[in-house]
Design a protein around this ligand. Structure first.
Ligand code: TXA
Ligand code: MG
Length: 352
C-alpha cells in the first residue's frame, strides 16, 4: 500500500478528516460510522448540520464469487440501506463506479449526523483509482461532501482544497484534476411507491440515461419531473445561491449584450474592470465597454469540457480582482443542463 494512503487510513481511523480526490470533485472525507469525525466535517465546512452527507463505498471485488443471480452491488449497499430496490441495483450496475449518487431508505445503523436526521441515505461508489484504493484500504464507508467551505466553489484539484482550508493540517491526497469536474447526479429512489425515481441534482449522467435504465426494468413510475429547489430543502447544491465566486457574475444572452453594454457604461465607475467570458463565434462588443475588458476568455464548445474546467475557471476569475464577470449564457439544450445549472447558481450567489 502506498504510504500516503496508509497515512490517510490512519488519520481516518483516528477520527480525522482527509481530502479525497474523486472523478467529480474533491471530497472532505470522514469515517461514516464515527459521530465525532462526521461532526468535524460540518465544523470545518461551516455547513448547517441538517444537510445530509453522501456515503462513499468501495466497488465490489471482481474476483469475489457471486451467489446465483445476485447483483454484486447488493452486498455493497446492504450495510447502508434497509431496502435495496431493483431500481437501485440496475442503476449501480450501469453507472458505478461513477458520478451517480443514489438516495435510499437508510439502514438502522446509519448515523443521523450523516443523514441529517432523515430516513434516507445517499450512497455513491466513486470512479477514481485513489478514492477506490483509499476505500478498500479503509474497509468502510466514507462520508464526504465536496471539500469547499459552505456555499463556495467545489474544488477540482488538491490545490483548490488547500486554498479552501489554508489553516488546517488536513491531509489531502493529490489525485490530479478531476475528470468530470461537477458533482454527481443524484437520484432519489427512497419514495418509489409514491413518486417514482426523482432526479434531485443533475450531473454528468443525464436524466435520459437514468430513464433509459429504469425503463428497461419496468420501473412503475418513470422520472417525469426534476424537482425544483423549493421542494428540496435538504440538498444544499439545490439552494439557488451556491458554488459562488466572490466577484459579481452576470449571465447574458448574445442578443442582450449591446443593451447591457449601454447600462454598464452608465455605471462605468462601478464597473471599470471587467472579465468577459464567451463563446468565440459571438465576439462582438460595444467598443467603449470593450476598453474596460481586462481579461477575455473563450469557452469550450462542448459541455463535457466546460464541466471539467468550470470550477477552476470561476476560481481563476475570482483572483483577477475585476468588478464584474460578464459570462455568456450556455445553450439551452439538455446536454448543457448540468453545467448550466451550476453556472446559474454561481451567478445568484456571486458578489457576496
Ligand atoms: O460528486 C459528488 O457528489 C461529490 C463527491 C465528493 O462525491 N459530493 C458532493 O457532496 O457533492 P455535497 O455534500 O457537496 O453534496 C451532496 C448533496 C447535498 O446537496 C445533500 O443535501 C444531498 O447530496 N444529499 C445527501 N444525502 C441526501 C439524502 N439522504 N437525501 C437528499 N439529499 C441528500
Ligand atoms: Mg457541495
Amino acid at each position: 500500500m502506498n504510504d500516503q494512503i496508509q497515512q490517510a487510513v490512519i488519520q481516518l481511523k483516528a477520527g480525522y478528516l482527509v481530502g479525497m480526490p474523486t472523478e467529480t470533485v474533491y471530497g472532505l472525507a470522514a469515517d461514516a460510522n464515527n459521530v465525532n469525525a462526521v461532526k468535524k466535517i460540518f465544523a470545518t465546512k461551516g455547513r448547517p448540520s441538517g444537510h445530509p452527507l453522501i456515503v462513499h463505498v468501495a466497488a465490489p471485488n471482481p474476483t469475489q464469487a457471486n451467489e446465483a443471480n445476485q447483483s454484486k452491488w447488493l452486498k455493497v449497499l446492504e450495510p447502508w440501506s434497509r431496502d435495496v430496490s431493483p431500481e437501485a441495483l440496475a442503476l449501480a450496475e450501469k453507472f458505478w463506479p461513477g458520478p451517480l449518487t443514489l438516495i435510499l431508505p437508510k439502514a438502522k445503523s446509519v448515523l443521523r449526523e450523516v443523514t441529517g436526521g432523515q430516513e434516507t441515505v445517499g450512497v455513491r461508489c466513486p470512479n477514481h483509482p485513489i478514492a477506490q484504493e483509499l476505500l478498500n484500504a479503509f474497509a468502510g464507508g466514507l462520508a464526504a461532501p465536496s471539500a469547499n467551505r459552505f456555499g463556495r466553489i467545489s474544488p477540482t484539484t488538491a490545490a483548490h482544497v488547500r486554498d479552501e482550508f489554508p489553516d488546517s493540517d488536513l491531509l489531502i491526497l493529490d489525485g490530479g484534476p478531476c475528470e468530470v469536474g461537477i458533482e454527481s447526479t443524484i437520484v432519489d429512489l427512497s419514495r418509489l411507491a409514491s413518486d417514482g425515481p426523482v432526479v434531485l441534482r443533475l450531473g454528468a449522467i443525464s436524466q435520459e440515461q437514468i430513464n433509459g435504465v429504469l425503463t428497461h426494468i419496468n420501473s412503475q413510475k418513470r422520472i417525469d419531473r426534476n424537482l425544483e429547489s423549493s421542494e428540496l430543502p435538504r440538498v444544499s447544491g439545490s439552494l439557488s445561491a451556491h458554488y459562488a465566486p466572490k466577484t459579481k457574475l452576470l449571465l447574458y444572452s448574445a442578443e442582450q449584450l449591446n443593451q447591457l453594454a449601454q447600462e454598464l457604461l452608465l455605471d462605468s465607475e462601478k464597473f471599470s474592470k471587467i472579465a468577459w467570458v464567451h463563446f468565440h463565434q459571438q465576439a462582438t462588443m460595444n467598443l467603449a465597454l470593450k476598453k474596460t475588458v481586462v481579461k477575455e476568455i473563450f469557452l469550450p464548445e462542448n459541455p463535457t469540457d466546460l464541466a471539467r474546467e468550470l470550477y477552476a475557471l470561476l476560481r481563476d476569475l475570482d483572483k483577477l480582482s475585476v468588478d464584474l464577470i460578464l459570462f455568456q449564457e450556455l445553450p439551452s439544450d439538455s446536454r448543457w443542463a448540468a453545467v448550466k445549472d451550476r453556472l446559474g447558481r454561481a451567478s445568484v450567489g456571486s458578489g457576496t
